[in-house]
Write a protein that binds this ligand. Structure first.
Ligand code: GTP
Ligand code: MG
Length: 186
């Protein structure tokens, strides 16, 4: 963006455009979470697996957000990397009740962090440990260990537990992300 638009943003006459990429394995709850954040979406309880990706736009805290909700199915995961170059922030959703596949989620995360378009950039990453309503689901600490987050030193990250169905915990995480984005970009 040019200097004049930066000036208008600083004065509050214009909203900054921010791209957020939402990734994570299939069935982790990405679309459920993004829909619950999107004021333009009507909750009709009809969420189907995403094919490819879906782009959602809405405003929050004087930011114009474009959220790219990627499909987590194996055959579509190769699409994720095409968006890395333009993202300002990432949301990575984990199904905390799916212990067996946390190693797959960890592999995908490592590939993303080592990708040439993201490796050297200090973009913030919000991890949602979703489905905390399911009995025996992993705690935030267990999810964090399973994903190896303590080894992620080059990014600003935060993990929080949530329930995509009730919305519980989602705003806590999202407000952290918005706060960091504002610090970095504005
Ligand atoms: N119990 C429970 N179910 C959830 C929660 N969040 C989402 N779900 C359910 O999990 C299923 C998958 O949710 P989606 O939002 O479609 O998952 P996704 O990550 O977008 O999946 P893909 O688009 O295939 O990558 C749906 O049946 C949701 O209703 C949660 O917190 N708890
Ligand atoms: Mg989806």
């Amino acid at each position: 963006m040019g200097r004049f638009s930066d000036f208008l943003i600083a004065l509050g006459f214009m909203k900054k455009k921010v791209n957020i990429l939402c990734v994570g394995l299939d069935n982790s709850g990405k679309t459920t979470i993004i829909n619950s954040l999107n004021p333009n979406k009507v909750d009709n309880g009809m969420i189907v697996p995403t094919i490819g990706f879906s782009i959602e736009t809405f405003s929050k805290s004087k930011l114009n957000l474009t959220v790219i909700d990627m499909s987590g199915q194996g055959r579509y995961r190769d699409l994720w990397e095409h968006y890395y170059v333009d993202v300002d922030a990432v949301i990575f959703v984990v199904d905390s009740s799916d212990k067996i596949r946390t190693c797959v989620a960890k592999d995908e995360l490592e590939q993303m962090l080592n990708h040439k378009d993201l490796k050297k950039r200090k973009i913030p990453i919000l991890f949602f440990a979703n489905k905390n309503d399911i009995e025996d689901s992993m705690s935030v600490a267990d999810c964090s260990n399973a994903l190896g987050l303590n080894n992620v030193k080059t990014k600003n990250w935060y993990i929080c537990s949530c329930n995509g169905l009730t919305g519980d915990g989602i705003l806590t995480g999202f407000n952290w992300l918005i706060g960091i984005i504002k610090k970095i970009l504005i």
